[in-house]
Ligand binder design. Structure first.
Ligand SMILES: O=c1[nH]c(=O)c2[nH]c(=O)[nH]c2[nH]1
Length: 298
């Protein structure tokens, strides 16, 4: 009979978001946790007996329950807690390897008192599309991958319900999205031959539009992502006279509250499962009054 070599099992990539609410000041920890356990696992492979197998589902639940019970001080400390739990709690488990990725979030600083808005660090890409037909210019600038999150001040209720609707109404949820924005400058004829307009300051335009998008996201009390989207686009159009049109494509990065009741724990909007897909996708163009849309909608 062929020999069973090294083996391990566990739940990979449990996405856990832990919010700590210190009054109006919220703190966020966002981890991707992979558990690999090994030990006396010959039987499950060779005879099919599951007697030594702690289900991978249980390892996932443990991640969520520990996030609630112990908080997440650091990935190292959280990983140590988990590894010790599995090895000391189960005779058959001799080794636990916990791999953790932590995603960084910075606070969005706004003039308001609320402190529950965050932007993911180091992810965004600036974009530009320039078209010239020998006479007229079209410049569309933008960004992708600007990930933002509000840990409160977001509701979703009062929506249509048909025979397939199961979504519960919520008065307090996480609202998170990867901003994909493209904005078109009104500038179209340069002053090369005389008579045209000087080109806008592209650097200031980019920094200003980015600031507006972040500030509007953070300051909008949201009844839907659609409403937040409109506020973000409108802020850019109102604050940046050089920009005539902005198109926003916002995935709704769902964060589901984890049910901790089976473990005797109350989830007071603290521990979330950060789902990857499917996601809602909310898209719209916001225009300066009287301007015709030109940014492609795909
Ligand atoms: O902000 C939202 N807009 C929707 O259209 C929608 N649909 C849904 O299921 N959740 C949400 N959230």
């Amino acid at each position: 009979m062929p020999t069973l070599g090294q083996n391990q099992y566990g739940k990979a990539e449990t996405r856990v978001v832990r919010i700590v609410r210190d009054g109006a000041v919220h703190h966020i920890k966002d981890l991707n946790v992979s558990v690999a356990l090994s030990g006396d696992m010959d039987e499950v492979h060779l005879s099919g007996s599951n007697a030594n197998v702690l289900p991978t589902d249980t390892t996932k639940n443990t991640v969520y329950a520990f996030a609630k019970e112990h908080g997440i001080a650091s990935p190292e400390q959280f990983g140590i807690l988990l590894a010790r739990h599995f090895v000391t709690g189960q005779d058959a488990i001799h080794t636990a390897r916990i791999r953790i990725e932590e995603y960084g979030w910075e606070r969005i600083e706004t003039s308001g008192a609320a402190r529950h808005s965050f932007v993911r660090t180091g992810q965004e890409t600036r974009t530009a599309q320039i078209t010239f037909d020998g006479e007229r210019w079209e410049v569309i600038s933008g960004l992708t991958g600007l990930t933002v999150l509000n840990s409160t001040d977001s509701e979703f209720w009062g929506f249509v319900k048909d025979e397939y609707t199961t979504l519960p109404e919520v008065r307090d949820r996480i609202l998170a999205t990867d901003v994909h924005a493209r904005w078109r400058y009104g500038w179209c004829s340069d002053d090369d031959g005389g008579g045209g307009e000087p080109a806008p300051d592209w650097e200031r335009g980019y920094a200003g539009a980015r600031d507006d998008l972040l500030a509007a996201f953070a300051e909008t009390y949201s009844l839907s992502l659609q409403q937040t989207l409109y506020q973000m686009g409108a802020r850019v159009i109102e604050n940046r006279p050089a920009i005539d049109e902005i198109r926003l494509s916002l995935p709704n990065k769902h964060h589901f509250l984890v049910d901790l009741e089976p473990f005797g724990l109350k989830n007071d909007n603290e521990v979330y499962f950060a789902a990857d897909r499917p996601y809602g996708l909310i898209e719209a163009t916001i225009l300066r009054d009287g301007v015709r849309p030109r940014i492609a909608t795909d």
